[in-house]
Write a protein that binds this ligand. Structure first.
Ligand code: SF4
Ligand code: SF4
Length: 97
């Protein structure tokens, strides 16, 4: 089976590359990728001082926020998030052949 192929408005084919992961070690939590994505795929989460995910109302010491892949099933594979990211945090791939 070939990779999923989509069509542009003009009928040109292209292969969507779906968001696989976001590197939390390099993410600045700037929110730029969130703003360009119209599909509710990502969300900002807190990390505690041990680098673990934490909730705002936890007793943990909150350190910084990073973007995470929250709803991968909603991604359309446009790669806009990767183009806007200043730290090249996003990894994308087509659906497996
Ligand atoms: S590839 Fe497109 S749809 Fe998927 S997360 Fe990035 S901006 Fe959103
Ligand atoms: S654009 Fe890059 S650095 Fe900024 S929140 Fe998104 S993944 Fe993190």
């Amino acid at each position: 089976m070939a990779n999923l192929t989509a069509l542009t408005r003009g009928g040109l084919s292209w292969i969507p590359k779906f968001l696989q992961s976001i590197n939390k070690d390099t993410c600045l939590g700037c929110g730029r990728c969130f703003k360009v994505c119209g599909r509710d795929v990502m969300e900002l989460r807190w990390l505690n001082e041990d680098g673990e995910f934490a909730e705002e109302d936890d007793d943990d010491e909150l350190e910084r926020r990073v973007m995470v892949l929250a709803n991968p099933e909603k991604c359309i594979g446009c790669e806009a998030c990767a183009r806007i990211c200043p730290k090249r945090c996003h990894s994308h791939a087509p659906l497996p052949a």
